[in-house]
Design a protein around this ligand. Sequence first.
Ligand code: G6P
Length: 360
Amino acid sequence: ASTGFAGFDDHMSKEIAEQPEVAARTIDALAPGVGDGSLWHGLVLPRFERVAVIGCGTSLNAGRVIASAFERLGGVPSTSFIASEAAETVIEPGTLMIALSQSGETADVLRAVDELDLSRSSLVAITNNEHSTLARRADSVLTCQAGPEIGVAATKTFVAQVVTGVATALSALVATGRMTPGEAARQVDDLKRLPDLLAHAIAVSSEALPPVVDSVLDEPGFLFLGRGSGIVFAAEGALKLKELSYRWAEHYPAGELKHGPLALIQEGTPVVVIDSGERRLESNIAEVEARGGRVIRIGGPGSTVPALGQSLTAPFPGAMDRWGPLESVVPLQMLARELAKALGHDVDKPRNLAKSVTVE
Ligand code: G6P
């Protein structure tokens, strides 16, 4: 019998499954324009000294990954603004402002764009809707290749935004002489591994997650930890878990554990660690385990859910590790979804939330 979701249980599982294809499509569309700057559709890229990203929710997290790509790959100082708090912010001249919004209609983002003084900076929109209000207001628009997303909790649009933004970053770095075309081509080759990494993450997580979910069904709160480029993925994992399972979830840079959140750990407290192989994470994990916390490792040696590049049989120390283990978002999305399903929640329409929030 047809489920109405093309063989999937819900829109979210279909959208998670589409991620390798979305990444491949996005890379194919953008890769040719990285080396010669044509990604900018003929617009002259202004000189910029710094980058600022702005957005809400999952789009803000995607923006943070993109900001870190500018910083870690090109040495460009970057900041990120929560759209609803951005109005009072002073934007320095020479800022490349990148607004991210899946819908392009989020009121907080539109208001921020209206109220910020962008007269001496330039506004780029990354959106999944090229006809949106945000797209019309921006100086240049990069459209994501995600296709329509129905599930309220964003999944494939996050991947599309990150890939689009990283390609944008590479193009901008080449166009301003901060990166050689050769280096950019190497980075693009690295990006081309993503579809396989995402597919691997889906396959492995489907096998590995059910017992993990069973073991945390009754836990009221979750911590998500990461270091460096893994922190924003910890943030995205905690956001997905809150949205879908209605359990409390917080994210922290792992080094902050001992400055507060360690007090929350008791027997069985689930602590999801984005294990990008950072040596110091081991001592953070030991601190949690010594107090009876239940560590769920994403990636890394001894991983519960090995989805990061490092856990592949042939480790590939790619430059992608500098801006983020993007494939780690897959087990995080799937953990949140499986837990929510096990608790009997509607994963496509979480309570109290809307796909596009057009009120402030
Ligand atoms: C809502 C959605 C989130 C989304 C956020 C930003 O809160 O439920 O999934 O991340 O809005 O939406 P946008 O369309 O601006 O990306």
